[in-house]
Design a protein around this ligand. Structure first.
Ligand code: FMN
Length: 210
């Protein structure tokens, strides 16, 4: 097995971390690997914002509690099945650990990116800029992959989170970030768990020729 195969196979999302804070240089190495990702016209729009101090972490935590309550109230008034309420509570649990992780980042892309389809839309050559957000999402994913794999090589685990953004739709406002649209959070640190094995699809299940 090549080193890359090994890193890819053993990588799992890690939600429990040792208390030790990883060295700053290691985090910078992970960011450097993220920076090497492909991007539309080499625009490199992805930004990593490390959320270290108590103030923004506490503000996000309060906003998550409020968002959770609002969703439960909306559920109460709706005729939705009970399992949806269980799901809301489960996703809250799958969001909370970000506040105790040794390293927490908000990851996003710059808002003033002038992509190909945006330019065509502005010139009224197409009806909508339907590709811009998708390109930013793809680019964020590619940057995250570099970040995560470098972390794996260094012995660090990580977990991407988007559920918190359902509870906190105004995360940019809370973090006072104007120029970046937050796409996800990512936690990282030294793993303090070995997640149980899970199935991944076989090649034939995700690959076909037409
Ligand atoms: C876009 C995206 C959003 C995710 N959001 C969350 C999340 O909010 N909370 C969480 O605990 N895990 C989250 N995950 C991690 C997935 O649950 C995890 O990747 C999946 O269960 C497969 O497990 P593995 O990463 O260990 O292979 C997210 C992953 C991705 C790619």
């Amino acid at each position: 097995m090549s080193l890359l195969d090994e890193l890819l196979s053993k990588r799992r999302s890690i939600r429990k971390y040792k208390a030790d804070i990883p060295p700053a240089e290691w985090i910078e190495k992970m960011i450097q690997c993220a920076a090497k990702a492909p991007s539309p016209s080499n625009s490199q729009p992805v930004r990593f914002i490390r959320i270290d101090s108590d103030k923004p972490r506490d503000s996000l935590s309060r906003a998550m509690a409020d968002g959770h309550q609002k969703l439960l109230c909306a559920w109460e008034k709706s005729r939705s099945p009970k399992r949806l309420r269980n799901r809301i509570n489960a996703y809250r649990r799958f969001s909370e650990f970000m506040f105790t992780a040794p390293v927490l980042f908000a990851v996003g892309t710059i808002v003033d990116f002038d992509g190909f389809s945006k330019k065509l839309f502005e010139a009224k050559l197409i009806e909508q800029d339907s590709r811009g957000d998708i390109d930013m999402d793809i680019t964020t994913g590619l940057a995250l992959k570099g970040f995560i794999l470098k972390g794996e090589e260094l012995g660090m685990g990580s977990c991407i989170l988007t559920a918190p953004l359902v509870f906190i739709p105004n995360a940019e406002e809370i973090l006072e970030i104007k120029e970046i649209r937050i796409k996800c959070f990512i936690t990282t640190g030294f793993p303090d768990e070995i997640p149980p094995p899970i199935d991944k699809k076989k090649t034939a299940e995700i690959y076909r020729k037409i």
